[in-house]
Write a protein that binds this ligand. Structure first.
Ligand SMILES: NC(=O)c1ccc[n+]([C@@H]2O[C@H](COP(=O)([O-])OP(=O)(O)OC[C@H]3O[C@@H](n4cnc5c(N)ncnc54)[C@H](OP(=O)(O)O)[C@@H]3O)[C@@H](O)[C@H]2O)c1
Length: 302
């Protein structure tokens, strides 16, 4: 199958592309800098600067991962706009491609898998969160709503849409864990604030498998929480990471310090949701890494 991926050069996209290529799929990747990212992607991958540039070879499925990293910079008003607009632009390009294909009488992709995030639910305290849970209105929620609504436009054209509300993606060589490891390896790690807030997480391989699962099963539509079935609090995450590294983690970072340092972005470190993958599990998806200790052992033991 011909699969088009936006953000294929990223932390999730690289692993996804490798897995899709191993299954024999033909890859089309949208990147702002095709030449720069070529070495990160499988051989033979067709990389172009926009989704519309692939109108001459219509993809059979679309996967939407592109967007400015949520933790790239402090959330100034300009940065918040970049977080939103980068996602709306990438998603809008996919919708435009589908519209163009339809207008030209060319075949449409059967599926769009579009990324969203646990941030959709906002701060949920100790609530158990499924796809049915009412969100808390805050910046991350509003960002995800706009992103999901933009993707939803393909449904009117007859393209199946599945949305992944992704938790913290864990693996070596990128993402949040890469940022957390240096202090923890030095024994300088610690919980954030009181550590009671949840950090739903998912091993990168399980996320990629969940995407393949959703690509395959044509009956699945709508939002899917993409995080392991056993989320942990920040305090448990801290303890498990320290134990796996055989280091102490006795230096909690007080909430006011994080708020001062990161402003509104400190919400990423101090709030969360006890998110459960209710719909993925109901659909029969099984996680290779259901618990954090197993996931971290696999990642850090490599
Ligand atoms: N990783 C996580 O823990 C996590 C958690 C929840 C949700 N998500 C979501 O899942 C998606 C994939 O995550 P990821 O960790 O793989 O993301 P990533 O590595 O940060 O970025 C994915 C790709 O997006 C493109 N990109 C970056 N900044 C951009 C900008 N300003 N405008 C347009 N494109 C831009 C880049 O591709 P090019 O440079 O090739 O253009 C990049 O390779 C993201 O949308 C992310 O928000 C991730």
């Amino acid at each position: 199958m011909r699969v088009l991926i936006t953000g294929g050069s990223g932390f999730v996209g690289q692993r996804l592309c490798k897995r899709l290529a191993a299954q024999g799929h033909a890859l089309q990747v949208v990147s702002r800098t095709p030449e720069k990212v070529r070495s990160r992607l499988p051989e033979g991958c067709d990389i172009r600067e926009s989704a519309q540039a692939f109108a001459d070879s219509p993809p059979e499925a679309l996967i939407n991962l592109a967007g400015e990293s949520i933790a790239a910079k402090r959330w100034s008003e300009a940065q918040k706009e970049e977080l939103v607009q980068s996602r709306l632009k990438a998603t809008g390009q996919l919708v435009t491609l589908c519209e163009q294909l339809k207008e030209n009488g060319q075949p449409l992709p059967h599926t769009l898998l579009s990324a969203s995030a646990v941030g959709y639910y906002g701060d949920q305290g100790a609530n158990k969160v499924t796809e049915e849970t009412s969100p808390n209105d805050e910046f991350a929620h509003r960002l995800c709503v706009k992103w999901e609504e933009a993707a939803r436009q393909v449904e009117t054209l007859g393209v199946r849409l599945a949305i992944l509300r992704i938790g913290l993606v864990l693996d070596a060589g990128g993402g949040t864990l890469q940022k957390m490891l240096p202090p923890f390896k030095l024994g300088l790690g610690g919980r954030f604030g009181d550590g009671k807030h949840f950090m739903p997480w998912i091993h990168r391989d399980d996320l990629v498998e969940a995407m393949l699962f959703l690509l395959e099963d044509q009956t699945l539509t709508g939002p899917f929480n993409a995080s392991a079935p056993n989320p942990v609090t920040n305090a448990e995450f801290t303890r498990t990471l320290a134990k796996t590294l055989k280091r102490p983690a006795i230096f909690p970072v007080p909430a006011p310090v994080l708020k001062l340092g990161f402003g509104e972005m400190s919400q990423l470190l101090l709030t969360g949701a006890d998110m459960r993958p209710a719909r993925l599990e109901a659909a029969g998806f099984t996680f290779q890494y259901p618990t954090l200790d197993k996931a971290l052992e696999a990642i850090l033991g490599k």
